[in-house]
Structures are given as structure tokens and as C-alpha cells.
Design a protein around this ligand. Structure first.
Ligand code: CS2
Length: 483
């Protein structure tokens, strides 16, 4: 079997046409998983195709060596399968290499310090930022260790701080932009606060240098990209005749809105489909509080209904009705969309994308790390609705379903969450206590709803109903109650 290469691909498979040898490393990207490879790397690929050779990507993995080990034998090429009405493929060459930070920490730091590196970006998932209540948790063990000594960095903050210290010494006239590409609000500010915290402790000169020469920006990223499975690997082999150890798939839709505050050179991402904006907050809010919110509702209710995939759950009329009403009645009145958007149209587009039957996006993939996600996706809207005195009943049901989801996924051994062991330590049969403990683990204590007796009593009622009758019956009961 031939390992993926650009040679001998069937004529209908698009591949790169630029000289890969001539590509520089302008971008260092932390978190070289599927999402990055199906999203940002494709925008970069289009820039390279336009002849702007500065922006090749060197990926950094903060933990595991697996992506490097899969991609290295195929020279970091991979196939992107776009799963729409039909499937099309594109072989992407934008990634030049992958460094595994625990194995070669100094190589990562050196690369951050090089003047050719103009942009550092991150997709390290919510938990990669060590957040508590939307801000960096300086009590997190890795941050505490880095506060004591930066000799052996492990977190994103530690590596960035070390890179900035070296850059301030070696390339004092160069500028650098650090960009968050995860589904969190104000990711740029979060990165900045973590890095500045470490620089304040370890190197005030580098801190002063960073204030003048480094910017931290946020972006809103959007493309549904499933985990790779054997079915995808087999389809790629069948359709390209070559073996790709790590192909990636995605829906046809892709969106990228970037805060326009580059300290370093700005890649022309606007020429390849992205948008630069002055104020990113309304876009982040729309993405998190509509799309990601709806995804987590679908996956929670869908998993409990016994569905593997999101599109299967949306094919259930009651579940779909519940989701639709949740979005229109509980979210829309409480989360403004950016000027030029219309919330109603956005909801319809998102539902249409989730209904894509060719996109096998697993409910448990969305359910991964849910303790970190619902504090971004659900809780702020619930508090806003309470402040606005509008309906929160759908969220009451969703929170109840999430608690039962955690219980059930724990029991079945399928819970994938950084707080898994903390959930497992909750040792009580009392449902109210379970709800309160689980919500505390998801940082709900900082939100008003957590101390709202009416809201919480309703959560308990729904959780009892779901436990007693199962999710499908409980959804019907809920909808009947709303009728
Ligand atoms: C999803 C997101 O898995 C999840 O939590 O909600 O990854 C979602 O698919 C992307 O944000 C879409 O852009």
C-alpha cells in the first residue's frame, strides 16, 4: 500500500500546486488536531496557492506524539474529505512539521522566538486554558508549577512565556500576534492574562517588551469536523488509492472571523474567505450561545435517547421541536447577534447543518469535556434570561438532562471529561445534592441561576422525571406542559 503523497492521485482529487520546499514557517500552531486541519490549515493552504509562501504551519502538540507519528511518514500531507451531498477530497500540504512539546521543549521555544514566526495560534480545547469561571485558574497545578519555575513549561502559558522571553532577547525589533481559535469567549484576553502573569513573576523586562510588541487576539471559528474513524480511512483509501493514516473530514460550511489587531504581519486571510473585524465579541457570543449551545443540547438529549450521531437525534421530531423552541424562546431573546445577522436565519442555518446525514458527528464527541463547555454555552444565557425575566424552562430541562448524562456516561464508562474523577467522587443518592455537586464542578456557583430556588427546583423535578420515565417520555411531558 502506498502512503499518501501528491503523486499518482486520481484526477478528481484536488492537491497542492505550489512548491512545498519554498514554504516558510510563519505560523506556529498549538493543538494540531482535526479541527485545525479541517479549518485554519485550509485557509493557509489557499494563501499558499495564491503564492504567498510565508505562512506554512509548524504544529505543536502539548501532550501526545500521535499526530506527529501518524503524519511524519507521509510528509505531513493529509486528505480532507468534505462531506456534503457528495464527498470531495483535497490533499493539504500547509503543515510543514509537528513538534511534540514534552519531547523537544527547546525546539518549540526557539521557534516561537524566530522572527519569521509572525503568528502563533491555538486550538487546545476548552480544558487547555485551565479556566475557572471564564478566567485563568492560577491555582491549577501546571500554572502553580510554572509560577514557581519556568524551567520545564507544560501549559500553553508556560511555552508562550518562555518563547516571548527568548524573542525579547534575540529578536527585539520583531512583532508577534498570538491568536486563540477555540470555542471560548475572549480567548485572546485569556491567553494574555496567563502569559502576563508568568512574565510578571519571571521576567518584567520581557513583560514590558511584550506590551509593545505582542498582541493577543480572539477569533470565531466554525466548521463541524468529526473524529477520524476507520470508515473514513477506508473511504479515503478507496477513493484515492493511497493510505492516509490520519485523514480528516468536515462539513462543506466554514467560517472564520478574526479580531483585527495584529502586532506582527497579517496574513491575507480576508482574501481566502475569512473576515477581519474590530469587535469580535458579538461573533463569539453568537457562535457559543446559538450553535455550540444547540450542539450540546442535541448531544445531551440525543445521547440519552440512544443515538450515536447528532443528525440521528435531529431526526427525532420531539427532540427537534424541543431544540427549536429552546433556541427561539430561551436563547434568542437573551443573546444579541452581530449587526447584519438575523438570529432566526442563523438558527435555521445551524439546524440545517446539524441535519447533514452524511456527517457522522458523534453525540459523545460533543459530550466530551461538557463540564468545561456548558459554562460557556448555556450558563451566561440562563443568567441573562433571569435578569431579563424571560423564560428559562428549556434550560431547566437541559441542565437536568446534563446531570443525568454525566451519571449515565460515568456508569457506562464512556465519560470523557477532565473532571471525571471529581464527578466520580460525588457519593450520594440524593438527587438534589448530585445536581448541586455536578453543577459546582462545572463552575455554576459563579452564576445567579445556581442560587435561584425556583430554577433549581425545576431542574430537580425534570431530573426525577428523566430518571423515572426516560428522556423520550420526559421530553414529551415537557412539551405537553408547554403546549
Ligand atoms: C462542538 C464543536 O464538539 C463540540 O463541542 O459543539 O466542536 C462544533 O462542532 C464546532 O465548534 C463547530 O464549529
Amino acid at each position: 500500500m502506498t502512503r499518501l503523497s501528491a503523486q499518482n492521485l486520481p484526477g478528481n482529487i484536488q492537491s497542492y500546486s505550489y512548491d512545498r520546499e519554498a514554504v516558510g514557517t510563519g505560523i506556529v500552531h498549538f493543538g494540531i488536531g482535526n479541527f485545525h486541519r479541517a479549518h485554519q490549515a485550509v485557509y493557509v493552504e489557499d494563501l499558499l496557492e495564491r503564492g504567498d509562501m510565508r505562512w506554512g504551519i509548524t504544529g505543536v502538540s502539548l501532550r501526545s506524539a500521535s499526530m506527529r507519528d501518524l503524519l511524519a511518514p507521509q510528509d505531513y500531507l493529509y486528505a480532507l474529505a468534505i462531506l456534503g451531498e457528495t464527498t470531495s477530497y483535497r490533499v493539504i500540504g500547509a503543515i510543514k512539521g509537528v513538534l511534540v512539546a514534552p519531547q523537544e521543549p527547546q525546539a518549540v521555544i526557539d521557534l516561537l522566538a524566530q522572527s519569521a514566526t509572525q503568528l502563533v495560534s491555538t486550538t487546545i480545547t476548552e480544558k487547555g486554558y485551565s479556566l475557572a469561571s471564564g478566567a485563568v485558574d492560577f491555582e491549577h497545578p501546571s500554572l502553580k508549577a510554572e509560577a514557581a519555575s519556568l524551567d520545564n513549561p507544560t501549559s500553553i502559558y508556560g511555552f508562550l512565556a518562555r518563547g516571548i522571553i527568548l524573542r525579547s532577547q534575540q529578536e527585539a525589533t520583531s512583532k508577534l500576534t498570538i491568536m486563540c481559535c477555540d470555542n471560548i469567549s475572549a480567548g485572546g484576553e485569556i491567553l494574555k492574562s496567563g502569559v502576563e502573569h508568568l512574565l510578571t513573576l519571571h521576567d518584567p523586562d520581557a513583560l514590558a517588551w511584550a506590551e509593545d510588541n505582542v498582541s493577543f487576539i480572539s477569533s470565531m471559528v466554525d466548521r463541524v469536523s468529526p473524529a477520524t474513524d476507520d470508515a473514513l480511512r477506508e473511504a479515503v483509501f478507496k477513493d484515492t488509492g493511497q493510505e492516509d493514516a490520519s485523514p480528516v473530514s468536515a462539513e462543506p460550511f466554514s467560517q472564520w472571523i478574526i479580531e483585527d489587531n495584529f502586532a506582527g504581519e497579517r496574513p491575507d486571510f480576508d482574501k481566502v474567505g475569512a473576515d477581519f473585524v474590530g469587535d469580535i465579541a458579538p461573533f463569539e457570543r453568537m457562535k457559543l450561545r446559538y450553535l455550540n449551545c444547540a450542539h450540546t443540547i442535541a448531544s445531551t438529549l440525543g445521547y440519552l435517547s440512544g443515538d450515536k450521531y447528532v443528525h440521528e437525534s435531529l431526526a427525532r421530531p420531539n427532540l427537534l421541536k424541543f431544540m427549536r423552541q429552546a433556541l427561539y424562546q430561551n436563547v434568542l431573546p437573551n443573546a444579541a447577534v452581530p449587526t447584519g445577522y438575523d438570529g432566526d436565519g442563523y438558527i435555521q442555518d445551524v439546524f440545517g447543518r446539524f441535519q447533514n446525514g452524511n456527517l457522522p458527528y458523534a453525540n459523545l464527541q460533543v459530550g466530551t469535556d461538557s463540564s468545561q463547555k456548558i459554562q460557556q454555552r448555556w450558563f451566561p444565557t440562563i443568567d441573562q434570561a433571569l435578569a431579563n425575566k424571560t423564560d428559562t424552562s428549556y434550560f431547566e430541562f437541559c441542565v437536568a438532562a446534563w446531570v443525568i448524562f454525566i451519571q449515565s456516561a460515568l456508569e457506562k464508562g464512556v465519560l470523557n471529561d477532565p473532571k471525571k474523577s471529581v464527578f466520580a467522587q460525588v457519593d450520594t443518592e440524593n438527587l438534589e445534592q448530585i445536581i448541586s455537586s455536578y453543577l459546582t464542578i462545572a463552575n455554576a456557583e459563579q452564576f445567579t441561576f445556581f442560587s435561584d430556588a425556583v430554577f433549581m427546583a425545576s431542574v430537580t423535578r425534570h431530573a426525577k422525571d428523566i430518571q423515572a420515565k426516560g428522556i423520550k417520555r420526559a421530553i414529551v411531558n415537557f412539551l405537553d406542559g408547554c403546549a
